[in-house]
Design a protein around this ligand. Structure first.
Ligand SMILES: [Zn+2]
Length: 377
């Protein structure tokens, strides 16, 4: 049993974490089903999600990935899919609500999904775009944490510290992930315990898409670190460059050129801090080992310290540290990221036009090494 949670060697991956341990990955993410949320649910984002699932029919397909137990309630973790059902279509995946406290991440994904659902009714260009790309949404991965207002899931496990990946050098005490107690934040879970249902659900979504699609661009929306909006890519577990820095550098180049005046800082997460157990490290490493489909995972870390700076009273509420509390600021934040999320969709749809090959790839590789892994300027 302990073997399943030991850190895999670099390049090797623990096959027992996630959906594969129970007989392979389900491939029915596109099925449409009617589902409900408990009557007295205290997660407004889940109610919004249910409304969008209804309003988006027949284009938007939805199903429940798993149920999370919380007291007498079972909270659904829904996945919604839009666009091409062709196996070889590229995929843009949007994830939110991994940390229950960081509601603004879920809200950013839902705001983008709502704008798409409304456009489906009148915008031919959107329908044309959706012929070429599949959009997959998991806006509320941790509904129990959102209900409770906690970073962790109801078991006290921080999903982004729970994967079987150990950092290759010492990490910050507690915040880098620990196994001391579920009563403390950033808890990784017990060594040898089975994967949390929410983590398994995310692995299932990613691996189902990677089994059939040649390209998956993922964006996982968080908040709570720093003054800038950061787009992080692996590794979180190591300062070493990940194998696709050339591709990420090329993505950054088209973003700078076309998403004019954007405020995102694109960089490896390891430039800020290292952690154990990052789910995207795990999924990315697994994707490389499997060799089917290219996964480029990004984490959007919205810079919440700016909201606190402008409204210092937020410091006195736990929620306020992670979310803009004034309505106009919340609207501004959501509005700003609509363009960023739409860029991800477009980049996924047209991946073959910008993904560098041959000599161009080598150039991007060299530039990426200077930009992100050289001495700090
Ligand atoms: Zn987070």
């Amino acid at each position: 049993m302990t073997r399943r949670w030991q850190a895999p060697q670099r390049g090797a991956v623990d096959p027992s974490f996630g959906p594969s341990s129970s007989g392979g990955v389900a491939t029915e993410l596109d099925a449409d089903e009617h589902w409900a949320v408990p009557g007295a649910v205290a997660v407004p984002e889940l109610v919004e999600l249910l409304d969008l699932a209804d309003q988006g029919r027949p284009w938007l397909r939805s199903r429940v990935l798993c149920q999370v137990a919380l007291g007498e309630h079972q909270l659904p973790v829904p996945v919604l899919t839009l666009g091409s059902t062709r196996a070889d279509a590229p995929v843009a995946l949007f994830v939110g609500g991994v940390h229950g406290l960081e509601r603004i991440g879920a809200q950013a994904v839902l705001a983008y999904l709502r704008s798409l659902v409304m456009r489906l009714r009148w915008d031919d260009s959107l329908h044309h775009q959706l012929d070429t790309v599949r959009l997959v949404f998991v806006p509320v991965l941790n509904p129990g944490g959102m209900w409770l207002g906690t970073r962790a899931n109801p078991n006290g496990v921080d999903l982004m510290r729970s994967a079987p990946v150990d950092a290759d050098e010492p990490v910050a005490l507690l915040a880098g992930g620990h196994r001391i107690s579920a009563a403390l934040p950033w808890y990784r879970g017990k060594l040898g315990a089975p994967a949390e249902v929410e983590a398994t659900a995310l692995c299932q979504v990613v691996e189902t898409e990677l089994q059939r699609s040649p390209f998956v661009l993922a964006l996982d929306c968080h908040s709570g670190f720093g003054l800038s909006d950061r787009l992080w890519f692996p590794w979180a577990c190591s300062r070493a460059p990940m194998p696709h820095v050339a591709e990420l550098h090329a993505l950054g180049q088209i973003m700078d050129a076309s998403l004019i005046h954007h405020r995102y800082v694109l960089e490896p997460q390891s430039r800020q801090y290292l952690t154990h157990g990052d789910l995207w490290d795990h999924l990315y490493r697994r994707a490389i080992d499997r060799g089917t489909g290219l996964l480029l995972p990004l984490t959007l870390e919205m810079g919440s310290w700016l909201w606190v700076k402008k409204n210092p009273r937020q410091l006195f509420s736990r929620r306020g540290i992670f979310n803009p509390e004034l309505a106009h600021r919340q609207q501004r934040v959501l509005r700003r990221h609509l363009g960023g999320l739409d860029f991800i969709t477009r980049a996924a749809a047209s991946w073959q036009r910008w993904l560098p090959q041959g000599a161009a790839r080598q150039q991007h590789q060299d530039q990426a090494m200077v930009r992100w892994y050289g001495p700090r300027r």
